[in-house]
Write a protein that binds this ligand. Structure first.
Ligand code: NDP
Length: 434
């Protein structure tokens, strides 16, 4: 904390991991002796750069770009790019740190990294987004590569942005390689990558509920966000017979007690991905409740899937969810629950899964996209989806291995942190002091 005094989000992420790991480290002093933890919290490399570009009026705009290359002990750096005005070094470092553990849990050979910019793609034309992406890649390209660092999407970076970034990388390097994941299916992408984080989240929830002989069928589910993760999580919940009653964006949330069915969800896909509109328009079209400036946690539900952004469930929200009967909380977003909220869930011993386990499906299928690119082959939808389900099941088993308590309840926070740590720490020990 003394070294980076203002990096609140990074400290929050590290503190959670250290609290989980402490007993394990005391039982395994070799990791302490070799200062594995001290090395894990120090990024291998941080790149920060200027991103100048011209807007549609011909004005010069200047943004800040980042890439945090956190840890490459088990594979090349891998993690998304986020374009959002709140992006700063603390957020980049927290996301990169979490990514190291998440990628390890997938059992695929991927190290951890994260990057992005404080650029806001909202209300920008396609041409402006393209010029920004080209400028961003004109610096980033020299630091990344298919065997070095393979970025993907995150908030504000979807198929459109990955396309512009890939086009510029290819032009600068004069080579067609799998340097980014989340590519279009026609040019090296993988089937099921767009769906992977949301689907993987719901597969993970299925594994959690299985232990209690329950399924999602007939359950009321509150989802926050209305972007990539939220949309596909909602789709899979509906497929499995659950009733999705909320969605949100940064301006407010909708509550549709009748449930968001397939037709209504199709409208959300069109609204958010094509028209780039606001979730308020859903309430206007279907005549349901909309509240500005609030998140959906006051709504009664059995399952809550926060899929928007960090720190969107606070202690009071957690208490409200519990009081209203919520029994399962699984994080589609990264660190959406504050430490105080997590504490409430753990104290109540409900089924609570942190993002590094529950939302690992996205990076897992990114890993599968890399494998397909290396083989210059495309797997079928069934093949990729089957592998995704197996990976989510394996992550769940790993959480059980390290997080199961004597009474049978699984502390998924401990399970994910220790499970993710062991492989990376073993590799770091083997590779010497580097
Ligand atoms: P999108 O940009 O597609 O969607 C983000 C959604 O969250 C939008 O509805 C957005 O609303 C809302 N949102 C963003 N910032 C805020 C904020 N500060 N306050 C309230 N709402 C906000 O991103 P994704 O769906 O890809 O990502 C969502 C979360 O999932 C992030 O935490 C991301 O790190 C995590 N994640 C994503 C993965 C992926 O594969 N995409 C993989 C693993 C984790 P608005 O439209 O108003 O901005």
């Amino acid at each position: 904390k003394a070294r980076d005094p203002n990096q609140v989000e990074f400290h929050q992420a590290v503190q959670e991991v250290v609290e989980s790991l402490a007993p394990y480290l005391l039982d395994n002093p070799k990791y302490l002796r070799m200062k594995i933890l001290e090395r894990l919290v120090e990024a291998e490399r941080i790149i920060q750069f200027r991103v100048p570009w011209l807007d549609d009026q011909g004005n010069v705009q200047v943004n800040r770009g980042f890439r945090v290359e956190m840890n490459s002990a088990i594979g090349p750096y891998k993690g998304g790019l986020r374009f959002h005005p709140t992006v700063n070094l603390s957020i980049m470092k927290f996301l990169a740190f979490e990514q190291v553990f998440k990628n390890s849990l997938t059992s695929l050979p991927m190290g951890g990294g994260k990057g992005g910019s404080d650029f806001d793609p909202k209300d920008r034309s396609d041409q402006e987004v393209m010029r920004f992406c080209q400028s961003f890649m004109t610096e980033l390209y020299r630091h990344i590569g298919p065997n070095t660092d393979i970025p993907a999407g995150d908030i504000g970076v979807g198929g459109r942005e990955i396309g512009f970034l890939f086009g510029q990388y290819k032009r600068l390097r004069n080579e067609f390689t799998g340097v980014l994941t989340g590519k279009g299916i026609e040019w090296g992408g993988s089937l099921v990558r767009p769906e992977a984080t949301g689907y993987g989240l719901v597969y993970f929830v299925g594994e959690m509920m299985k232990a209690r002989q329950e399924t999602l069928s007939g359950k009321v589910v509150a989802i926050s966000g209305s972007g990539n993760v939220a949309q596909y999580a909602a789709q899979k919940v509906i497929d499995q017979g659950g009733k999705v009653v909320t969605l949100s964006d940064s301006a407010g949330f909708i509550h549709d007690p009748e449930g968001i069915d397939r037709d209504k969800l199709a409208f959300v896909f069109e609204l958010k991905n094509i028209q780039r509109g606001r979730i308020r328009e859903y309430a206007e079209k279907y005549g349901c409740y909309y509240q500005a400036g609030k998140r959906p946690w006051s709504v009664s539900c059995a399952v809550a899937l926060p899929c928007a952004t960090e720190n969107e469930i606070h202690r009071e929200d957690a208490r409200l969810l519990l009081a209203n009967g919520c029994q399962v909380v699984a994080e589609g977003a990264n660190m959406p629950c504050t430490p105080e909220a997590v504490h409430e869930f753990l104290r109540a011993k409900i089924l609570y899964a942190p993002g590094k386990a529950a939302n690992a499906g996205g990076v897992a299928v990114s890993g599968l996209e890399m494998a397909q690119n290396n083989m210059r082959l495309n797997w079928t939808r069934e093949e990729v989806d089957g592998r995704l389900q197996t990976i989510m099941k394996t992550i769940h088993e790993m959480c059980g291995k390290y997080g199961r308590q004597p009474d049978g309840w699984i502390n998924y926070v401990n399970g994910a942190n220790i499970g993710g740590f062991v492989k990376v720490a073993t590799a770091m020990l083997a590779q010497g002091v580097v």
